[in-house]
Design a protein around this ligand. Structure first.
Ligand code: G1P
Length: 290
């Protein structure tokens, strides 16, 4: 069920160094999963959860992101003439089924700073944040986050249980109270977030890249200073918010792919290949032989 949240922020200003040299000329968000750019999966996920305005936080060094959302009538007309109207319609739909706006983050000052850059485009509304390094398969997790915010009036963040040795890569939450069901979702409250713990982590529940936030987070982002890394961390603003009243963590059970590194990207591509209605059977047979 789509929630009442209509705006999604997608931080996409990073330089994608883990995917160099591919990302020297092509933004990592446009690397293909089969024939479709990763960013299109993110936009489709947001649209599927009821979003009608996507705010992409990008960098002026990545003009290809804006070019991707422009109509290309020349290519569409060639496809129509070739009798490939289905593909032409798909291109027409992309970028026109949802309003896409762009804001710029020209300095790498962290995820919190990226979200703060989106404030003029978001306005005084609740909004989702979708980190485009992670593909969630469908819109169900985002829809759950929206429903939990609607039911409780408190921000909701997607969580996943991780192995202890992986915790240092993530924001890890400090849970309070018992798990409960809210709007059909499995919810755990938390009182703070430790970003990329170097010592003992408060739990094994990590933030995965989907958030449903209220506009007062912009005040907290403006008030907190940079972390020791020099970056403004979204996790720090969430800790400030959680110190007023616990925030809601929504336990996810979607199949998540981290495509920000070569192996995760390859897994996502192989999975998409195996599941593809047209190419899937032949690809599976080939992979089996290998
Ligand atoms: C960011 C967040 C972190 C979160 C992670 C999810 O880290 O800061 O709290 O757990 O995304 O992928 P990043 O991966 O950008 O370093």
């Amino acid at each position: 069920m789509p929630s009442a949240i209509r705006t999604a922020v997608v931080p996409a200003a990073g330089q994608g160094t883990r995917m160099l040299p591919a990302t020297k000329a092509v933004p990592k968000e446009l690397l293909p999963i089969l024939e479709q750019p990763a960013l299109q999966f993110i936009v489709d996920e947001a649209v599927g959860a009821g979003v009608d305005h996507v705010v992409i936080v990008t960098s002026r060094t990545k003009p290809a992101i804006e070019a991707y959302f422009e109509r290309n009538e020349w290519v569409e007309s060639i496809l129509d003439k070739q009798g490939r109207g289905g593909l032409a319609d798909r291109l027409r739909r992309y970028g026109s089924d949802v309003r896409v706006s762009f804001v710029y983050q020209d300095e790498p000052l962290g995820l919190g700073h990226a979200v703060a850059c989106a404030q003029p485009a978001v306005g005084d509304e609740p909004f989702f944040v979708l980190l485009p390094d992670e593909l969630m398969g469908d819109s169900s997790l985002l829809s759950s986050l929206g429903s939990v915010v609607e039911a409780t009036g408190v921000p909701a963040i997607a969580l996943k249980r991780m192995e202890r040795h992986e915790l240092f890569r993530y924001g890890v939450v400090d849970p309070v109270g018992d798990a409960r069901s809210v709007a059909g979702a499995d919810v755990v409250s938390f009182a703070s977030v430790v970003e990329k713990p170097s010592g003992e982590a408060p739990s094994d529940l990590v933030i995965i890249g989907r958030y449903a936030l209220l506009p007062d987070v912009f005040d907290d982002l403006a008030a907190i200073g940079p972390a020791s890394t020099g970056e403004i961390q979204l996790s720090d603003a969430l800790s400030v918010q959680a110190s007023r009243r616990p925030l809601n963590g929504v336990m996810s059970n979607v199949s998540r792919r981290d495509i920000g590194n070569p192996v995760g990207w390859l897994q996502a591509v192989v999975e998409a290949g195996l599941e593809h209605a047209e190419y899937g059977p032949a690809f599976k047979a080939w992979l089996g032989q290998r």
